[in-house]
Design a protein around this ligand. Structure first.
Ligand code: NOJ
Ligand code: CA
Length: 537
C-alpha cells in the first residue's frame, strides 16, 4: 500500500502538555519540556503527537476555553517554542497535531467580550443568543454537558440568554454565521502554514445547533450512562446533520496542501453508523474519528471483537478506523479495562497496535500508568469539583508523566509541588522500564517496531478466526495471526501454523506453532506463517 496516506497505519501519542514534562521547575509541563523528551518518542517509534490545547486560556476548563486561537499560553511557552518544536519534530519525522476548539470560546475571548457588550455589537451573532420563553425562562430545555445545569445563561444588560453546552464561561459559537466559518478557516491556515500536520477537533459532532432551538427529547433507560446522566438525548443542541458541511469545507482546506493535512474528530457518539458518518464518503470529511463505542466496550473478547467488527462493517471504504483506550477525559485503560493487571495491559496494547488502522496511545499507556487518586483539595478539573464526592472528574487521568522513581517523578524538580499530584512513579516509570527487557514499556516498543516492519500489520485486511470462548483471534493480511486470550483458562485455537514473533509472555518468542496455538490466561501472541496461507474456512 505504497499510496496509503501516512496516518492510515500511524501510531499517535497524546500529550497533555501541562502534565508531561516541566522544563523550568514551576510544576507545570510546557513546550520546552516536550522538546526535551522528543528523543524518547522517537525511540518508542511514534509517528505523530497530539497536544491538548496550547493556546491562551483562563483555564476554567484547562485550555478548552480559548481566549486567543493564534497564541500560545505563557505557562506553556511562546510561539518561538512552537516553531522550535516543529523544527525538532520534523527532524525526527514526528508529525504534530494541535487541538482545535471550534464549538465554543472562552467568555474572555475578544469576540465574546464584544458580543456581550450590546445587541448591536459587531460579534453579537457570532454566539448563540435567544430571547426568554414567553412568560420567562430559558429558551428551551437544553442542559450543559457538565454537571446538570441548564445550557443557557441569562444576560441581564442585553435581556437575552446565551448558549453554553459546557461551562457558562465557554459560550457556544454560532456556526450558522459565515464569518465564524471564515474565522476558523483562517485559524486552520495559520497553523497549517507554520507546519502543524493537522488538528484534533474538540466535540466535532457538536458545532451546529438546531436553528429552531427545539427541545431535546428525554433520555430513556436504553440510553448510555452518559446520556442518562444528562437526562436528555442531545439531538438538537449537537449532532445536527449540517455539521457535515463544515467538516467537508475543512477537508477541502486540508487537501489543498501539497502534503494534505489531517483532521481527527472527537466524535463523541454511541452508534457505529453515526461514527461512520463523520468520514463522509470516506475521503471528503474527517480523516480519522475517535471511536467512543470501542473505548467504552467491556474488556472481554466478545465485546471487543463485536465492537471492532461492527466498526469495520460500518465505516465507508477508504476510511481508517481509530483504536484508543485512554484519553484526558476517560479513565485510563490500565485501570478501566485492566484493573492495574500487567497481563491485561499487555493484551490491551497488543490488541490496539495490531488492529487495522491508526492507534492513539495516551501518555503513560506505554508504561501501564493507572488512574491516580486525587484529594478534593488538589482537584483542578471543574467537572471533578462539581461531581465530588460522587466522582473525582478527570484529574485522576491528567497527573504528571512518571519518568523516574525520584521525587518529582522526573516530571518536575523535587522541590516543587506539581499542579496535580504524582501517582505511583516508583511502581511504574520510564527509567526503570526502559532498562528492563520484560517491562510493559519494552513490550509496547517491540510491538510498535514490529508493526512498522510488517506490511500485514500495517495494511493487511482483518479476518476473524474461529476460536474458543474468551479468546479472540484474527488474521491480518495473508500471514499474520493475532490471538488474545482475555480469560482465566488456557485455550487452544486450531488451524494455526507459524512462528510466534511477539508474545505478552516474553519467553515464547520464536516458538513454533504447528496446528494449534495454545494461549495461556491473559496472554496474547502474534504468529507469522512462513509462507502465505489462506484463512481457514
Ligand atoms: C472535550 C474535551 O476533550 C474536554 O476535555 C473538554 O472539557 C470538552 N470537550 C469541552 O471543550
Ligand atoms: Ca513549566
Amino acid at each position: 500500500m505504497a499510496d496509503a496516506p501516512w496516518w492510515a497505519a500511524a501510531v499517535f501519542y497524546q500529550i497533555y502538555p501541562r502534565s508531561w514534562a516541566d522544563s523550568n521547575g514551576d510544576g507545570i509541563g510546557d513546550l520546552q519540556g516536550v522538546i526535551s523528551r522528543l528523543d524518547y518518542l522517537a525511540w518508542l517509534g511514534v509517528d505523530g503527537i497530539w497536544l491538548n490545547p496550547i493556546h491562551p486560556s483562563p483555564n476554567d476548563d484547562w485550555g478548552y476555553d480559548v481566549s486567543d486561537y493564534l497564541g500560545v499560553h505563557p505557562e506553556l511557552g511562546t510561539m518561538a517554542d512552537v516553531d522550535e518544536l516543529l523544527r525538532a519534530t520534523a527532524r525526527l519525522n514526528i508529525k504534530v497535531l494541535l487541538d482545535l476548539v471550534p464549538n465554543h470560546s472562552s467568555n474572555r475571548h475578544p469576540w465574546f467580550v464584544d458580543a456581550y457588550s450590546s445587541r448591536d455589537s459587531r460579534h453579537r451573532d457570532w454566539y448563540v443568543w435567544a430571547d426568554a420563553r414567553p412568560g420567562g425562562g430559558a429558551p428551551n430545555n437544553w442542559m450543559s454537558v457538565f454537571a446538570g445545569e441548564p445550557a443557557w445563561e441569562w444576560h441581564e444588560p442585553t435581556q437575552q440568554y446565551y448558549l453554553h453546552n459546557f461551562l457558562a464561561s465557554q459560550p457556544d459559537l454560532n456556526w450558522w454565521n459565515e464569518e465564524v466559518r471564515d474565522a476558523f478557516k483562517d485559524i486552520l491556515a495559520f497553523w497549517f502554514d507554520k507546519g502543524v500536520a493537522g488538528f484534533r477537533i474538540d466535540v466535532a459532532h457538536a458545532l451546529v445547533k438546531d436553528q429552531e432551538l427545539r427541545d431535546n427529547p428525554e433520555a430513556t433507560d436504553k440510553d448510555p450512562e452518559q446520556v442518562r446522566r444528562i437526562g436528555q438525548q442531545q439531538v438538537y443542541n449537537m449532532n445536527r446533520p449540517e455539521v457535515h458541511d463544515v467538516l467537508r469545507s475543512w477537508r477541502r482546506v486540508c487537501d489543498a496542501y501539497p502534503a494534505p493535512k489531517l483532521l481527527v474528530g472527537e466524535t463523541y457518539v454511541y452508534e457505529y453508523e453515526q461514527l461512520a458518518s463523520f468520514y463522509g464518503t470516506g475521503v471528503d470529511e474527517l480523516n480519522l474519528a475517535f471511536n467512543f463505542p470501542f473505548i467504552f466496550a467491556e474488556f472481554t473478547a466478545e465485546a471487543l471483537r463485536d465492537s471492532v467488527e461492527r466498526t469495520l462493517a460500518a465505516l465507508p471504504q477508504h476510511a481508517t478506523p481509530v483504536w484508543t483506550g485512554s484519553n484526558h477525559d476517560t479513565s485510563r485503560l490500565a485501570t478501566r479495562w485492566c484493573g492495574g493487571d500487567d497481563r491485561k495491559i499487555r493484551c490491551a496494547l497488543m490488541m490496539m497496535l495490531t488492529l487495522p488502522g491508526a492507534c492513539f496511545l495516551y501518555y503513560g499507556d506505554e508504561i501501564g500508568m493507572t488512574d491516580v487518586e486525587v484529594a478534593f483539595d488538589d482537584l483542578q478539573d471543574p467537572v471533578g469539583k462539581r461531581r465530588w464526592p460522587e466522582g473525582a472528574g478527570r484529574d485522576p487521568v491528567r497527573t504528571p508523566m512518571q519518568w523516574t522513581p525520584a521525587p518529582g517523578a522526573g516530571f518536575t524538580s523535587a522541590e516543587v509541588r506539581p499542579w496535580l499530584p504524582v501517582g505511583d512513579h516508583r511502581g511504574r516509570n520510564v527509567a526503570d522500564q526502559s532498562g528492563d527487557p520484560h517491562s510493559i514499556l519494552s513490550f509496547c516498543r517491540a510491538l510498535i517496531q514490529f508493526r512498522k516492519s510488517s506490511p500485514d500489520l500495517l495494511y493487511g485486511g482483518y479476518t476473524a478466526l474461529p476460536g474458543p470462548s474468551g479468546t479472540w483471534g484474527w488474521r491480518r493480511g495473508a500471514s499474520t495471526t493475532v490471538i488474545v486470550n482475555l480469560g482465566d483458562e488456557t485455550a487452544e485455537t486450531f488451524g494455526i501454523e507459524g512462528t510466534i514473533n511477539l508474545a505478552t509472555v516474553a519467553d515464547r518468542t520464536g516458538e513454533e506453532v504447528t496446528g494449534a496455538a495454545v494461549v495461556g490466561p491473559w496472554d496474547g501472541v502474534v504468529i507469522e506463517a512462513a509462507t502465505a496461507t489462506s484463512p481457514p474456512p
